[in-house]
Structure formats: structure tokens, C-alpha cells
Design a binder for this molecule. Sequence first.
Ligand code: AMP
Ligand code: MG
Length: 410
Amino acid sequence: MLSYEAARGKVIEVICARRCAPPPPTETIEFAEDPTKVLGRIVAEDVRADRNYPPFNRSTRDGFALRAADAAQAGAKLRLIGESRAGVAFGGMVEPGTCVQIMTGAAMPRGANSIVMNEHARTQGEYVVLDEAAREGAHFVLEGQETRVGESVIARGKRLSYAELAIAAQVGRSKLVVAKKPRVAILSTGDELVTVEQTPTKYQIRNSNNVSLAAQIALAGGEPVMLGTAPDNLEELRVRIGKALDADIVTITGGVSVGKYDLVEQVLREMGAEFYFDAVAIRPGKPAVFGFCQGKPVFGLPGNPVSTMVTFELFVVPGIELLSGHKPHPLALLKAKLAHPLNEKPPLAHFLPARVSWPEGEAVVEAIHWEGSGDIGSVVKGNCFLVVHEARQVYAAGEMVDILPRRGLF
Ligand code: AMP
Ligand code: MG
């Protein structure tokens, strides 16, 4: 059985080999009116600087621009000859013995090579007296020092968050070429399932996996395609899986274990699927399946709700990212200090519902009591999963452990 790292690596390797060339289809989005239209999308072009940044030697303080040699010691007294403010530069020249009042964001006047902050200066009539020596180059950024004209400011394949949108705006871009969102089909299976609007009888349960998956798909940058619930029968599964294969990626929950009514793998196989794994050494989520069927990546996720959540995060997210032109990357685990000892059963890796907090500034994680992979409430009480690696089952309180933050919460 593959470890979760190997299984994730397999997903990345197979999707890259089969689907990453040519690059994904793109669309151009105009977002001047509503920047949130491109928020979270993967940029499909190199965005370049339209000019040098800063475009002029820019002050970073409110103070006085001067020649450093004129104020080599504290106590210098310079004649004030004008001002430079953001948007309106001083037209003249700073000659020896003079200075110009300057605001944050304003252009350095010609002749000046230093700024002394307001806090170290006081005006005396038409003079300014400095209580600090000036330092050449202090408190301004040279033209082009942040970015040169033509330089890439957002690399192709990067996800657009607020800083990326800010730099796009800075370089004059209100339209960007982004990858189309991969369409991710969600098919739930199980005779016991009813929809959220229906009233379940005693032994029925409401379908919650289609809801959590839609949210996880959206958070990962995909477009969920809701395909409802299929009963555990071969004919109906064939029809529904056939429909799901119109999407770019297929997720199917339930029916992938080894029970009598677990028919998903069989139907996929009949439809020509090739499987790369059908079990992973993790809990929850051991029966997770990954294959390709008719050219589309297909993920069979175990139906227990927490298993669905965890296996989606580990295996489906990289698929969605790769099909959006995002570069493959390792699982983003963080470290936290374990609040209590742990002793989990070997030989599986565990992803335990857990809560990370920062009581004294340092990340501390505690596992949440749970009744296994059907217990959605335990995930809701927490904000991350605590990773117990397969090679290490016993941990002492105070050890540093890995956590997988819950997407969208941090
Ligand atoms: P399965 O993977 O089909 O063996 O299902 C395992 C457990 O998950 C069973 O208790 C199912 O009732 C439950 N389950 C399966 N699918 C869903 C779903 N879509 N929403 C909520 N629970 C589910
Ligand atoms: Mg089932």
C-alpha cells in the first residue's frame, strides 16, 4: 500500500505526464470594476512592469531633503527653499546650504542625496535646524530599485491573491489572462442517501459529502459540477459516471471500499479506467482510489465524511491545481507543539481532527476527541488535522508535530 506522500506524488506524476501539456485553456478577465472576479485564479501569463518602480527617487519619510555633506554633524542649519509633495515635485535644485521639505511618496529634488526625518528637525524662520547628522542615501528608494521596466512581477502559474492584484493594478493591468477553472464533477453514491431537503427515515442519512466537496473544490480553485446521488446499482452508476466524465476531473464518494455494494471501481474498470492506486496507508481515507478513465483523472473517495475531506485535500487538490496551470508543490504542513501525548495504531499515517491555537504566541495543537471518520462535528470543533506519520506513532507532550491547516480558515 502506498504512503500518502507516495500516493500524492503519483497523482502529480500521472496528471503531469498525461494532462499538463498543452497548458490549460485560458480566458481573459476584465476586473477593473470588481477585482474579486480574478481573486484566487491562476495567472496564465507573465505580468510585467510597464515602467520602473518606483518611477522616480521616492521619499519614504516626511522630512527634509538635503545634501548629506551639508549636515555631516548634528546641529547643521540649512535654508528652506521649497517643498516636494506626493504628485508634485520640487522644480528647482538643492544647492549647498539649502534643503527642501519633503513628504512621504514625494520625489527627491535634484541635488539632494539624503532625507532627515521631521522628528530630527525644527524650523527657525526660513531655516531648518537638524539635531541629527544626515546619512547619504537615507530614507528614499532609487528609481527602478524595486522593479525594472519589463521585469516579471507575477510569474505565470501563480495564484492571484491580494498582493498580486495590487501589483497588477500598479503596473496598469485591469485585464489578466487566467486559466479556466477546471470543472470538477461530484457524484455521491449510496442507497442510504437523501438530499438535504428531504426528511431521512431512521436508517437514511443526508448527503453531506457533495456539499463539503463543492466547498473544497471552490477553495482549491475548481468549479464544482453537482451530479447528485447515484444508488448502489451497476446500471445507474454507469449512466451517472458517464455524465461525470464530461467534466475535467471526476470525484465520486462512497462505494470504493470492499463491501458487497461497493461497485464504483468495477464500473470504472468496465468503462476503461486504469488505476494507479486503490488504497493508501492513511486513516481516515484508506480506500481512496485514483485512476484515469477516458482521459480524465478520476478520484474515488471513501464515503465517510471525514475521509472524503481528508482524501480530497491530499489527492484531489493537486489535480485541480495542475489542471489550472499551477506548479506542483509539497503538501503545506506547518509545525505546532503537541499539547498531550499521542499513541496511534501503526502502520497507517493518521490525520486527526485537531485545533491549533497560539496561547502564548507559539502554535500549540490538541487532537479533538472523535468517534472516527463519520464524525463531522469533530472537524468542525477544530481548525486543522494533526498528522501522525506512519513511521512514528508515539509522541510525547511538547514534541513538535506536523499539522495540515484546514483550507480557507487561515
Ligand atoms: P461507503 O464509502 O459507501 O462505504 O460509505 C461509508 C460511510 O459513509 C457510510 O456510513 C455512508 O453512509 C457514509 N456516506 C457515504 N456517502 C455519504 C455522503 N455522500 N454523505 C454523507 N455520508 C456518506
Ligand atoms: Mg456506500
